[in-house]
Write a protein that binds this ligand. Sequence first.
Ligand code: 13P
Ligand code: SF4
Length: 307
Amino acid sequence: WPAVAREVEAIERLKKERNAVVLGHNYQAPEIFNTVADIVGDSLALAREAVNVDADVIVLAGVHFMAETAKLLNPSKTVLIPDDGAGCSLADSITGADIRLLRQRYPGVPVVTYVNTSAEVKAESDYCCTSGNAVKVVRHVAREWGVNRILMLPDEYLAQNVQKEVPEIELIAWKGHCEVHERFTPQDIRDLRESYPGIVVLAHPECPPEVVAEADFAGSTAAMADYVGDHKPGRVVLITECSMADNVSVHNPEVEFVRPCNLCPHMRRITLPKIRRALETMSVAVEIDARVAGRARAAVERMLAVR
Ligand code: 13P
Ligand code: SF4
């Protein structure tokens, strides 16, 4: 703990010197999430908050696509990612060229891409979405464009889970998967229910649909946290990244969290010493190719305008 306290103190001092804020995703380790992170939330909340940040520097304690999204929405600010190797298997599953080919194959079909993508992919998209607003965004696009088919990329499982909510729209999916959520199986949940009778099971919609079908509730990281806060289940399991339970349990000490979970190696790359170094050296600063930035920003802004 003294080492953690020293890092936190140094980061707080640097934040003041640089006029910086730290945005922390719900999957960040508790020693970041509960200390130096000024704003925390799911991908949607971080995108929304990035617009309102009144600071010169944003440090994104999360993965690279989140930092890119913050930079898209704040082109004049310095956006730092403490480790630019913090990627995402979903973002790596598709390129801008893939989308151009899909558009040739499905002419006139709008493209909604998950926020877990590169700026280059967002630039080829009509709308962005997150797990927190995917249903709302595809309904909006179907209505506004007068279509009943939408390309929903690149998370195959998110598309399949959203498809259950919008049977009137045909969602055409891609083969991307989250390397953390694809590892959960329906048997994992059946085993948990047998070992812990009455347990409440919450799952992220990046899980395969067979897993979501076994859960009591599925939603974004923020929606899962809200569910625990609102329902105060006696015992709960979060079928998602491991740090979620650590972070949500801080505000719900009366709830017992059962913890079979999977780690996201990309989220784990972000550490307190790396956040300190990022602020000391003002690196790695995220830059987005001017040829894609405008179009990528438009896709994110169209998403943020959907209410
Ligand atoms: P949320 O949008 O639910 O925070 O999810 C982001 C993510 O990377 C989940 O794996
Ligand atoms: Fe990407 Fe999955 Fe890690 Fe989220 S948990 S950042 S989707 S690899």
